[in-house]
Design a protein around this ligand. Structure first.
Ligand SMILES: Cc1cc2nc3c(=O)[nH]c(=O)nc-3n(C[C@H](O)[C@H](O)[C@H](O)COP(=O)(O)O)c2cc1C
Length: 351
């Protein structure tokens, strides 16, 4: 008897296939369809920090707002029309309508003005919150350390407000992703030492516990920029991923498994049961899917689950725990293989 059940951020899931945040999960109908199709959990469409701030009239104070074009369009009514109040209603309705965990999602870039809202999400019944932190640091004067500090501040602020688990969905663009994953993935007695100017006057972080993210979602796939050479203008690239986009996430899941305490959620490029199995073997706690559902419909969830079950039968595995992380670096006899970046042999062959 195959058992697909698993635990994610302390939540019991019937299987490790989670519907990622997108317009598919921005309304009750989509949430119900995802649950009926067999999803292990559902991440709702993100609400933007700016929307929450706008409601509390704090928007004008946001120095970064002007550069956040996606949010500006969003606020002008492009995309999902839900405001913060309607979003709380969606959380309430969704948690009542389905019997799988519903994870709310906030797209944010600062810890200012909006973190109270996390409490409201918690009171509305969400099982957890996924914070999609989207920063594109284009300012040449901005230091890398200051950007990293934002991530710690946002996590710290939201963790101080709520008891439900918090996942951080991040991109891969850090100088030292392993280091930031370590800081986000462990409880700490002190704020990371390098964060000069973190505390206000007279404040100390000495007796605060800086709590880990309950999960890291690796990785976000950002809006793709492209250029139309015939009309000489900027256009959006393909918003949907392909299976070829899986490798970066696969590499980092396999490198971080058993090295940080947060759960690891795999996102980007998972289109089939094979892809999900690869991520589980690398060490993913759960696998998130979006593009494949947009292309193939919610029935794809059943097909992916069947594929995983069939593979487990063939391999003689009864539960996910029997093979999760088996191909992680931590369990490998050849850990150096995971750190190879260059195609040495290929270049040699071409000479
Ligand atoms: C149309 C569309 C809308 C999306 N909206 C959100 C969103 O609101 N919040 C979020 O965290 N991710 C959003 N995403 C990103 C997906 O959750 C996911 O991380 C990304 O598509 C990569 O996964 P995939 O390869 O399975 O598509 C969106 C993706 C698409 C294609």
């Amino acid at each position: 008897m195959i058992d697909l059940s698993t635990t994610y951020m302390g939540l019991a899931l019937r299987n490790p296939l989670v519907v990622a945040s997108s317009s598919l999960t921005g309304n009750l109908e989509g949430v119900k369809q995802a649950a009926t199709a067999g999803a292990g959990a559902i991440v709702l469409k993100s609400l933007f920090e700016e929307q929450i701030a706008a409601e509390t009239a704090a928007l004008g104070k946001h120095a970064d707002y002007a550069g956040h074009t996606e949010a500006a369009e969003y606020l002008q009514g492009y995309g999902m029309a839900l405001g913060p109040q309607e979003y709380l209603q969606l959380v309430k309705d969704s948690t009542q309508a389905v019997d799988v965990p519903v994870i709310a999602s906030i797209n944010c870039f600062s810890h200012n003005n909006w973190s109270d809202y996390a409490k409201k999400i918690e009171s509305s019944g969400a099982s957890a919150i996924e914070l999609n932190i989207g920063l594109l640091p284009t300012n040449t004067g901005q230091q890398g350390r200051a950007i990293e500090q934002r991530y710690y501040q946002i996590l710290h602020e939201v963790k101080s407000q709520v008891k439900i688990p918090i996942a951080l969905k991040v991109g891969p663009y850090f100088s030292s992703f392993a280091e930031i994953a370590k800081h986000l993935g462990h409880d700490r007695a002190e704020a990371p030492a390098f964060t000069v100017g973190w505390c206000g006057p007279g404040e100390t972080t000495g007796n605060i516990v800086w709590r880990k993210a309950d999960a890291l979602v690796l990785f976000n796939r950002y809006y793709q920029l492209d250029i139309d050479i015939d009309n000489l203008e900027l256009v959006g690239g393909n918003p949907l991923s392909t299976p070829a986009d899986i490798n970066n996430s696969l590499r980092w899941i396999s490198l971080l498994y058993n090295r940080i305490e947060s759960d690891l959620a795999a996102s980007t490029g998972i289109h089939s049961g094979r892809d999900a199995i690869k991520q589980l073997l690398a060490g993913a706690t759960i696998t998130q899917v979006c593009s494949t559902l947009m292309t193939n419909g919610f029935d794809q969830i059943g097909r992916i689950l069947q594929e995983i079950e069939k593979w487990m039968q063939t391999q003689g595995f009864d539960s996910i725990g029997e093979f999760r992380g088996r191909l992680s670096q931590a369990k490998s006899e050849h850990p150096e293989d995971y750190e190879r970046l260059q195609y040495i042999k290929l270049f040699v062959g071409l000479e």
